[in-house]
Design a protein around this ligand. Structure first.
Ligand SMILES: [Zn+2]
Length: 704
């Protein structure tokens, strides 16, 4: 389902492109910035006022996915009035939003109206106004007001992105390049680089800006001399640039933008990774033997050269070692997220959550190769990465991120390409041709690779498994197996399950027969239960139950996105959706009890969602010991890494998570992680969370 389900990253990039203040900036840079800020402020003061008054233009931005067009945005400005129309689509997501704004002479917004349809179909109706010292905002998700001097910026939840340009103008004009945000937060701006582009008609000087205050990490984007938004392409799924400028210019800018992003993440990783060359002694350790589910108490564990060299009750004398007293904590093996769509910054969420192993279920080749290399080299924060090659068939609903194919031949060629590039698995998507599955599975298996994915539209999961699928992504596919051959390329694969999953008798002969087939075939189920529960439970104005535990820990600008509707669920449909939400958990429990291998994955916000996934499994009735086993040795076994990882054993990689509590008794204890060790690298979750604007859950324990 690809984590675009969380408010699409692109609109965030364009809307607010922000994150927690650029803490990593060193002192020298700060002084330099202040000097530039003064000059910027001085020159911009007069220029911007003049500009705003007289500015009249209309511009079309083109939005590209990795292959072709994903949509566009039309922006018009006439003096103090700005309007924007955003239209974009990918997979079965379609965004159509219109925004109108009025700014005052100082460049601050006094009127803002946003209307439209969000990616999964929920309506958008959001407004902001400022007059007589009062800022008032209202949307389907929230409403609020506060007294203001009018020098703050409202952060829309579903904006087109045009207001971020106006914010950047205001930030550039502001003396310390900082502006308070509504409802909360502070935005700040740093100028990072300048490039002059030429498109054969004109030279264009554009500036790479780092804008912080909106997300976990800063966002980078390009602005022109007047601080109008120009382009962005962080190497993810989408790139944006005005009409008249093409992919070649975007690629030119993207290289520099990626470098700036990398530099920022490298500096953070360096600051927050405590590499201990010497042996490490962990004393008074209670650890979970995930194979048996038992808690082994009062142990001493020695780590040397990144591996567990000794476990026992004797207290070894280490010549020049480091000592950690694990008294009162519970040690578990590093956790596995079996359904990531990694971005370089995700390590900052995964590692403090104890997620030290991620299987990526679809990415651009360059991005995942970079992440794998940079994580292994400790350049960026992140654990071990396992790749899968993404493939979809050309269609109006295709997800264009990996290989998009249009014939069985080209699909086999894509498999060959992925095999040559070291991918152990192929993940296919909803537009694939049912007839191709059998011959493609044979080709994939002939390469020693595995086939998994969404069940192709117009095919049942049973047919796909009989044709050679080794693994199925997403719990909804198992319910769709009993709902006829429908066009699951569309949002039907969500809404049909929302409406009807609750009606399926899980103890019926046909369901039990199907589960028996999965058992016999050894089919693995990558359930992503939590992300589906949050999809079916999302309601405008209500904190999504799947993030309720962490809501108050998140930066406001991120948390607000979890009080929105996602699908357009009518009130009269709620009862059916609630029943179906329950049924999803019951199916996972039934699969597990029937001996079908279930693997926990997020397809959502890194780190936090995996904890919720495991809490949901426990709430569905799977024992805590079994849940921990699924998220450690169970997952390691599925990717063939159980010889080196997945359990706490002498000789295995030091892949350890210290929990402040006992997850065998209470799975919620997983939220409170005090230390994470991966090889000889030690991480303190509280300091990592502070660096990305998240309120820590517990304090880290000291190294002696
Ligand atoms: Zn996915």
């Amino acid at each position: 389902m690809s984590s675009q389900f969380i408010p699409s990253r692109l609109s965030i990039a364009m809307t607010i492109a922000l994150s927690v203040s650029l803490t990593a900036c060193n002192q020298a840079e700060k002084e330099q910035q202040n000097k530039t800020a003064e000059n910027v402020a001085a020159t911009t003061e007069s220029k911007a006022e003049a500009a705003t008054k007289s500015e009249k233009f209309s511009i079309q931005y083109n939005i590209f996915n990795k292959e072709d067009s994903a949509g566009n945005m039309q922006v018009q400005q006439d003096g103090n009035f700005v309007s924007a129309k955003l239209k974009m689509g990918w997979n079965n997501r379609r965004i159509e939003t219109e925004e109108t704004l009025e700014v005052n002479e100082q460049g601050f917004i006094v009127k803002q109206q946003i209307k439209g349809i969000s990616a999964f179909g929920a309506p958008i109706d959001e407004s902001y106004s400022y007059s007589d010292g009062l800022a008032v905002w209202k949307s389907l998700n929230e409403s609020g007001q506060l007294e203001s001097n009018g020098d703050e910026y409202y952060v829309p939840i579903n904006g087109t992105g045009v207001s971020s340009s106006l914010l950047v103008k205001a930030l550039a004009k502001d003396l310390d390049n900082k502006i308070d945000l509504i409802p909360a937060g502070t935005a700040s701006l740093v100028k990072l680089d300048t490039v002059t582009l030429n498109n054969g008609k004109e030279d264009k000087k554009v500036h790479l800006l780092g804008i912080a205050g909106f997300g976990f990490t800063p966002n980078f984007a390009w602005y022109d001399d007047d601080y109008n938004f120009f382009a962005t392409d962080g190497g993810g799924w989408f790139g944006v640039i005005p009409e008249g400028w093409g992919r070649e210019h975007l690629e030119q800018l993207s290289e520099i933008q990626k470098r700036a992003d990398n530099d920022y993440l490298k500096e953070l990783a360096q600051k927050l990774t405590h590499t201990i060359e010497a042996p490490i002694l962990i004393k008074n350790a209670n650890y979970v033997d995930v194979e048996t589910g038992n808690l082994i108490e009062g142990q001493n564990i020695v780590i040397d050269n990144g591996k567990i060299s000794m476990i026992g009750t004797t207290l070894p004398k280490l010549a020049n070692g480091k000592v950690i007293n694990a008294q009162g904590k519970t040690l578990i093996p590093g956790l596995w997220d079996m359904h990531g769509h990694l971005q370089k910054s995700d390590g900052l969420l995964n590692i403090p959550a104890g997620v030290t192993n991620v299987r990526d279920m679809g990415n651009t080749h360059d991005n995942i190769i970079d992440i794998e290399r940079m994580s292994e080299a400790n350049e960026i924060m992140g654990g071990d990465v396992y790749r899968s090659g993404f493939m979809d068939r050309e269609s109006p609903y295709a997800m264009k991120m990996g290989k998009t194919v249009d014939s069985l031949q080209s699909a086999k060629a894509a498999v060959d390409w992925y095999a040559e590039h070291g991918y152990p698995q192929i993940k296919t998507y909803s537009s694939m041709e049912p007839e191709w599955v059998k011959p493609l599975a044979e080709h994939i298996h002939s390469k020693g690779m595995k086939l998994s994915g969404h069940i192709p539209a117009f095919m049942t999961a049973e047919e796909a498994v009989r044709a050679g699928f080794d693994e199925i992504q997403h719990i909804n596919m198992l319910f769709l197996n009993f709902m006829g051959k429908i066009d699951t390329r569309k949002r039907l694969r969500f809404t049909m399950v929302g409406e009807k999953a609750g009606e399926l008798d899980l103890d019926s002969k046909e369901v039990e027969g199907f589960i028996q087939l999965l058992k016999e075939k050894g089919t693995v189920i990558d359930a992503t239960l939590s992300v589906f529960k949050s999809l079916l439970q999302a309601k405008a104005g209500r904190i999504n139950p799947e993030v309720a535990d962490i809501y108050d820990h998140l930066p406001v600008t991120i948390a607000r996105n979890f009080k929105t509707a996602i699908l357009d669920i009518k009130d009269e449909e709620r009862a059916a959706y609630n029943k179906s939400t329950e049924a999803l958990g019951k199916m996972v429990k039934k699969l597990h009890d029937s001996g079908v291998q279930v693997v926990p994955g997020t397809d959502g916000i890194a780190g936090f969602t995996l904890h919720q996934e495991l809490i949901d499994y426990a709430q569905a009735g799977i024992s805590n010991a079994d849940v921990l086993k699924l998220a450690t040795i169970g997952s390691a076994r599925v990717v063939g890494a159980d010889k080196t990882n997945g359990s706490i054993l002498e000789g295995k990689q030091a892949d350890l998570v210290f929990v402040d509590g006992n997850p065998l008794e209470d799975m919620n204890a997983l939220r409170k992680i005090t230390v994470v060790i991966k090889g000889q690298n030690l991480y303190k979750p509280d300091e990592i969370y502070q660096a990305i604007g998240v309120k820590p859950f517990t304090k880290s324990i000291e190294i002696e």
